[in-house]
Write a protein that binds this ligand. Structure first.
Ligand code: DGY
Length: 324
């Protein structure tokens, strides 16, 4: 008896080499290549699927697994973060979750550093001034920013991306401090010249605070009004992890009132909505969730997701499973 090939549902357009790999593993269904699926469309599309390739925009919970039915074996998200997936509910139903760690580390660290330079050296503000043809002339006291040499970068979450940001900061002559749930191995601290600080001390002493922790119930609004008030006056905040780690309302107020000097944000609480208070401010640089957005990185992410699917469908261990 011949078995029907596995059915693989892909919720959004992914890089062609990854689709090609998935087509070798089964029948690929990409119902809406030009936009994402609504919740109802996702429920319909996933019915009878053996594998689901999703992104951070898809909310994956018990209802999706129920809609898929008993054949579903793997949910492969094309992202490192998986706060959009109820991993416990999915794994309880015997479905494996995989993500794409590692392959987006350098691209995300580059973007973080881009935001750091843009906000401290007022690149966004200067670009707007030139583009809008507002009057300006070279003056020794014109549009001065903050230098990085000798300043302290405070990293919240010294995982792979935090470490890659620390390496860049070190090359710029910055001191590195970090905080997190636990200390990293001594050799990592030594390589990065990074010292561990409790969160309160890090906030009080860092010139730039960069967020690299995952979004969890514990880190939601980690940076709220009181955390912002505890930051060093004149400090900058960077967020390239997940929007809800920062209370955007509190941040907009802190930036407007000069509690901190500026912020570089790639992620937002209710993407693609951006808090209107932030849009009005010159001391904030805003990018539309571009951390991993290079051709190479997005291809590698999609390929890793596809390899995870292919492995699971051929009864091999997944390359990068998410443990619940
Ligand atoms: C991720 O992978 O979690 C990023 O936010 C998008 O690449």
């Amino acid at each position: 008896m011949t078995h029907a090939p596995p059915r693989i549902v892909v919720t959004r357009q992914i890089a062609e080499p990854a689709l090609a790999l998935l087509r070798e593993a089964g029948d690929v269904d990409l119902p809406q290549p030009d936009r994402g699926l609504t919740e109802a469309e996702l429920h319909r599309a996933v019915a009878g699927a053996d594998a689901l390739v999703s992104t951070l925009q898809d909310r994956i919970d018990a209802s999706v697994i129920a809609a898929a039915g008993p054949r579903l074996r793997v949910v492969a998200t094309v992202a490192v973060g998986y706060d959009n997936i109820d991993v416990d509910a999915v794994t309880e139903r015997g479905v494996l979750v995989t993500n794409t760690p590692g392959v987006l580390t350098e691209a995300t660290a580059d973007l973080t550093f881009g935001l750091l330079l843009a906000v401290t050296r007022r690149i966004g503000e200067g670009e707007r001034l030139v583009r809008e043809q507002r009057p300006w002339e070279f003056r020794l006291d014109f549009m001065l920013g903050a230098g990085l040499q000798g300043r302290t970068l405070g990293i919240v979450g010294l995982g792979q991306i935090g470490r890659a940001v620390a390496r860049r900061a070190k090359a710029f002559g910055m001191e590195i401090a970090y905080t997190g749930r636990r200390r990293v191995p001594e050799e990592v601290e030594a390589e990065l010249s990074a010292r561990f600080l409790p969160q309160a001390e890090l906030l009080a002493s860092a010139d730039v605070v960069s967020l690299h922790c995952p979004l969890t119930p514990q880190t939601r609004h980690l940076i709220d009004a009181s955390a912002l008030a505890a930051m060093k006056p004149g400090a900058f905040l960077l967020n390239t992890t997940r929007g809800p780690v920062v209370d955007e309302d509190a941040l907009a107020r802190a930036l407007a009132d000069g509690v901190i000097a500026g912020a570089g944000l790639d992620v937002f609480e209710e993407e693609p909505h951006v808090h209107p208070g932030l849009l009005e401010l010159d001391n904030v640089v805003l990018t539309p969730h571009l951390g991993s957005a290079t051709v190479e990185t997005r291809t590698e992410m999609a390929l890793l997701a596809a390899r995870n699917v292919a492995a699971v469908l051929s009864d091999e261990p997944a390359l990068t499973p998410v443990r619940s």
